[in-house]
Design a protein. Structure first.
Length: 94
């Protein structure tokens, strides 16, 4: 189900699908994980980083709020640098 959500054209559904998939993988036994599916998502991450480099910095007018637009490459690399990718957990939390 989560992999269908990830492929949604609606941003909120796709985002929810990515979060759900990450939580499912983090608590699943190795035998239950579809390695090919995860390899596909890792390839997508590389494509996102390449596209972000090509597009460059994006500026968003958030109006009179404290909201900020994160820089995607730095955000992805920060997550990758934490060395938590693939780490198993006892439970998934929101």
């Amino acid at each position: 189900m989560a992999s269908k959500w990830v492929d949604s054209k609606k941003v909120l559904i796709a985002s929810g699908g990515g979060t759900t998939l990450a939580h499912c993988v983090s608590v699943a036994d190795e035998a239950e994980i579809n390695g090919e599916l995860l390899k596909d998502y890792l390839k997508r991450t590389k494509k996102v980083k390449a596209a972000a480099k090509k597009i460059g910095k994006v500026e968003v007018d958030h109006g009179n709020t404290a909201c900020k637009t994160p820089e995607i490459i730095a955000t992805i690399e920060k997550i990758e640098g934490k060395d938590r990718i693939g780490r198993k957990r006892k439970a998934a939390r929101c």
